[in-house]
Write a protein that binds this ligand. Structure first.
Ligand SMILES: [Zn+2]
Length: 164
């Protein structure tokens, strides 16, 4: 395998040769002609574009210098307005009727409706009794106070006379 290698003489800069350098007048890296060297160092060049002679400054050196120039442009922090978390929409309590209906449904559970006590004012109820009311339907006695029973029906609580 033949390696086409550049000879040292080819790579080595020498007076009269062209080289890339930074031209401060053109303010850009351009091809320059080497006009003076000290050893292997290029010291003086002539810009092929503006024909000005000046000290050699490599394009890379100039680029690095440019990078070093402090950039005062501090990125203005885009005021990332931390979008305030949306207030939770208050969980609207279900209307009482729905709440009591749900409670009634749960309370009824697997109660045997066939065993419901037919309601009459004479009915002696106790908390937990399942009653069957002609008008209100099935209900579960919630509390018994002074001859009255609070009964949970599908439509809500009713107070019925009991134990008369
Ligand atoms: Zn120039």
């Amino acid at each position: 395998m033949t390696l086409h290698r550049k000879t040292a003489a080819d790579a080595r800069p020498s007076v009269g040769r062209d080289c890339d350098a930074w031209c401060s007048r053109c303010n850009m890296a351009l091809e320059h002609t080497i006009i003076a060297m000290v050893g292997l160092e290029i010291v003086r060049v002539k810009c092929n574009t503006c024909n000005s002679e000046h000290k050699y400054k490599s394009a890379r050196e100039a680029a690095l210098g440019a990078e070093r120039t402090p950039t005062t442009k501090a990125k203005s922090k885009a005021a990332t307005a931390a979008s305030a978390p949306r207030p939770r929409s208050a969980v609207s309590a279900p209307p009482p009727s729905n709440a009591s209906r749900l409670l009634w449904t749960r309370s009824m559970g697997d109660r045997d409706r066939a065993k419901a006590l037919a309601y009459t004012p004479a009915l002696v109820a106790s908390p937990g009794s399942l009653i069957d009311h002609k008008q209100f339907g099935y209900g579960i006695v919630d509390a018994v106070i002074d001859g009255k029973s609070r009964v949970l029906f599908e439509d809500g609580y009713k107070v019925l006379v009991t134990g008369r």
